[in-house]
Design a protein around this ligand. Structure first.
Ligand code: ATP
Ligand code: MG
Length: 574
C-alpha cells in the first residue's frame, strides 16, 4: 500500500483519538471485558545491536502512545540475549533517541536481568518432561526439522530421562561443553504444521562475555524463549511486535501456558518500509563499518540520530507515524510523505533568513560607495510573535547564480539584462551589464536601483515578476553547506539483480558539499541544532562540525521547488 500526500494531509488533520486502529480496538475490548483488571502495559524491546531508525519510531509511538492514551505504563527493555553483537554504545544511543522522540519509560529493564529466572523455568520444563538436551549439530537439527510440506523427525535424544536432561543442562551451564555441542529444546511436536513448534531451541552454548552479566553465563536463551517470559515477568498486557513474529505467537503462548505465568498477549502489526530507505540494522551497520556514510548519525541515515542531525523534529516524525496508522499487511510508504510532515512542522517553527549557496556578485552602480542601510526583515510570517530583524544592504551584494540568466528561457522572470526584479526587503534593481571571465562565464552583474522602491514597492505601482534573495558582500558570513539527496537511488533499495548487493543501489551523489556559501550576518553565531529556513531554498540545520565564525549547515529538506517543475515540463535545462 502506498499512501499519497493528500491522504496524509487529510489524516493528519483528524484528531489523534479518532484515528482508530485494530490494536486500539483490542485494548478497548480488553478494557470492556476487564481482561487485565483495567490495566494497559506495554514495552518497547530493542535489541542493542545498532541505532534506532525511523521504523523503530513507529513501534515506539505505538507502544508509548497507546499506553499513554489509556493511563498505562511502558517499559524500555533491552533485548540483550545475544552477547556477541551487543554494545553499551547502542544502549546509550537508544535511550537518548527514545527521549528525544518525546517519550519517558516507566521501568528500565534488560532481558539479561531475567537470566536466573529463565534458567529456573528451564529446569521446571525439564522436570515436567517439556524440554530436553539435544546433541545434534545445528546442521542436523535443520535437517530433522522437515519442511513446510514434510513433517520433521524426532531427534534420537528426544526421550532422555528427566535426570539425564537435568544433569546435562546443568553441566552445559557450568561450562563443561564447547560452543554448539548441545542445545536445550522444548518438547512440543515435530509434526506440527508450524515450524516454530517443532521442538524449538531454547538455549545454546556460547562462551562469550556479555555486556552486563560478564562471564557468568556460557548458555544464552533464544529470543523466543526469553521474550514472552520477559513480558510476563513485567506483567505486560499488550506486547506489540512486527508481523514476522505472527507464526511465533503459538510458541509465545505455549511457554506461558506450560509455566502457568501471567498471560501477556502478543499482537502483530505491519513493519514500516519507506521508499529509497533501508531499514535493517544489520545493513545500516554495514554502511557505517564500511565507511559508506560518516557514522550512525550521518544526516543521510534513516536513524533517529541521523534524522535529528539533519534537522528533522520529533513532532514531524510523530505526526508522520500517526498518519500512516497500523495494519496487518506490509506495504511501502513514500518517503515524500515523511518529508511532507517535516516541511509542515518546520514551516511553523523555523526562522527565515537569507543565504546564498552559489554566489554571483552584483554591483549596484548608482548606490553610494561605503554606505550601509539596515533593512527590516520579517523573522517568520507564520508566527507574528517572532518579530523582525535588521539586514544590512550595500553597493555590492551576492545573489544566487541560478537567479541570473544572460539569455532568459521562456517563463524565466528572474534577473537578466534589461530586466527589473525586487531584492527581498530591499529595492527594485535593473540589470544593465555583465562582466565575463576569459571562459565567457558571467562573474559579475551590474545593476541600477530605484531609491523610491525601498522596502520592495514602487510608488508608481509598477510591478516586477520576481523577488530574489541576496546577502551584502561586505557583511556576509562564510559557511559550509551540506546538501543531501536520497541515500539509495532505487525506490526499493533491495531490488537488485542476482549476485549484486543492496549497497550497489547507493546513490553516488547523496552528499554535495558547498564550501563557499554566504549568509546574512545574523547567522554569525548560531547554536548547534538550530533550524532555519533559508528563503527560497529550504530548511537548514546547524551541524555539530561548526566552528566559531564558520558555521556548517545541513540541508534538512528543500522547499517545494516550483521552478524545477516548470523546467521539467518545458524540458528546459538551465
Ligand atoms: P532490524 O531488522 O532493523 O534489526 P529488529 O526488529 O531486529 O529490526 P529490534 O531492535 O528487535 O529490531 O526492534 C525493536 C522493536 O521495534 C520490535 O518490536 C520491532 O518489531 C520494532 N521494529 C523494528 N523495525 C521496525 C519497522 N521497520 N517498523 C516497525 N517496527 C519495527
Ligand atoms: Mg531483532
Amino acid at each position: 500500500m502506498t499512501t499519497s500526500g493528500t491522504e496524509a494531509e487529510r489524516d493528519a488533520h483528524a484528531a489523534p483519538e479518532s484515528r482508530s486502529n485494530f490494536i486500539r480496538d483490542i485494548i478497548l475490548d480488553d478494557l470492556k471485558t476487564n481482561k487485565y483488571a483495567g490495566r494497559v502495559q506495554t514495552r518497547f524491546p530493542p535489541e542493542p545491536n545498532g541505532y534506532l531508525h525511523i521504523g523503530h519510531a513507529k513501534a515506539i509511538c505505538l507502544d508509548f502512545g497507546l499506553a499513554d492514551e489509556f493511563g498505562g505504563h511502558t517499559n524500555l527493555r533491552f533485548d540483550d540475549t545475544n552477547p556477541e553483537k551487543e554494545e553499551t554504545e547502542y544502549v546509550d544511543s537508544i535511550m537518548a533517541d527514545v527521549k528525544w522522540l518525546g517519550f519517558n519509560w516507566d521501568g528500565l529493564f534488560y532481558a539479561s536481568d531475567y537470566f536466573d529466572q529463565l534458567y529456573e523455568w528451564a529446569l521446571k520444563l525439564i522436570r515436567d518432561g517439556k524440554a530436553y538436551v539435544d546433541d545434534l549439530s545445528a546442521e542436523e537439527i535443520r535437517k530433522y526439522r522437515g519442511t513446510l510440506t514434510e513433517p520433521g523427525k524426532n531427534s534420537p535424544h528426544r526421550n532422555r530421562s528427566v535426570e539425564e536432561n537435568l544433569d546435562l543442562f546443568q553441566r552445559m551451564k557450568s561450562g563443561e561443553f564447547p560452543d554448539g555441542s548441545r542445545v536445550l529444546r522444548a518438547k512440543i511436536d515435530m509434526a506440527s504444521p508450524n515450524l516454530n513448534m517443532r521442538d524449538p531451541v531454547m538455549y545454546r552454548i556460547l562462551h562469550a562475555e556479555h555486556h552486563r552479566t560478564g562471564n557468568k553465563w556460557c548458555i544464552y536463551p533464544m529470543y523466543d524463549y526469553a521474550h514472552g517470559q520477559s513480558d510476563s515477568l513485567e506483567k505486560v498486557t499488550h506486547s506489540m511486535c512486527t508481523l514476522e513474529f505472527e507464526d511465533h505467537r503459538p510458541l509465545y503462548n505455549w511457554f506461558i501456558q506450560q509455566l502457568g505465568i501471567f498471560p501477556s498477549q502478543q499482537i502483530e502489526f505491519d513493519r514500516l518500509n519507506l521508499t529509497h530507505t533501508m531499514l535493517s540494522k544489520r545493513k545500516l551497520r554495514q554502511l557505517v563499518q564500511e565507511g559508506r556514510v560518516r557514522g550512525w548519525d550521518d544526516p543521510r541515515m534513516p536513524t533517529l540520530s541521523g534524522l535529528r542531525r539533519r534537522g528533522y523534529t520529533p513532532e514531524a516524525i510523530r505526526n508522520f507515524v500517526a498518519s500512516i496508522g497500523v495494519s496487518k499487511t506490509t506495504g511501502s510508504i513514500e518517503l515524500a510523505m515523511l518529508e511532507h510532515f517535516v516541511r509542515e512542522d518546520l514551516n511553523k517553527r523555523a526562522a527565515r533568513v537569507m543565504a546564498v549557496l552559489r554566489p554571483l556578485k552584483v554591483v549596484i552602480d548608482n548606490y553610494p560607495e561605503n554606505h550601509m542601510e539596515e533593512m527590516d526583515a520579517v523573522n517568520n510570517p507564520e508566527d507574528p510573535t517572532a518579530g523582525s530583524r535588521k539586514v544590512p544592504f550595500s553597493r555590492v551584494l551576492y545573489i544566487e547564480q541560478d537567479d541570473f540568466r544572460e539569455v532568459p528561457p521562456p517563463k524565466y522572470f528572474r534577473l537578466s539584462p534589461g530586466r527589473e526584479v525586487r531584492l527581498r526587503y530591499g529595492y527594485f534593481v535593473t540589470c544593465t551589464s555583465v562582466v565575463k571571465n576569459d571562459k565567457g562565464e558571467v562573474v559579475e552583474v551590474h545593476c541600477t536601483y530605484d531609491p523610491a522602491t525601498r522596502g520592495g514597492n514602487a510608488p508608481d505601482g509598477r510591478k516586477v515578476k520576481a523577488t530574489i534573495h541576496w546577502v551584502s558582500a561586505a557583511h556576509a558570513v562564510d559557511a559550509e553547506v551540506r546538501i543531501y539527496e536520497n541515500l539509495f537511488s532505487k525506490a526499493d533499495p533491495s531490488d537488485v539483480e542476482e549476485g549484486r548487493d543492496v549497497l550497489d543501489n547507493l546513490n553516488p551523489n547523496s552528499l554535495e558539499v558547498v564550501t563557499d556559501a554566504k549568509l546574512e550576518p545574523s547567522l554569525a553565531n548560531v547554536a548547534v541544532g538550530a533550524r532555519y529556513q533559508f528563503e527560497r531554498l529550504g530548511y537548514f540545520c546547524v551541524d555539530a562540525d561548526s566552528k566559531p565564525g564558520k558555521p556548517v549547515f545541513n540541508r534538512t529538506i528543500a522547499l517545494k521547488d516550483t521552478w524545477a517543475k516548470v523546467e521539467k515540463k518545458q524540458g528546459v535545462k538551465g
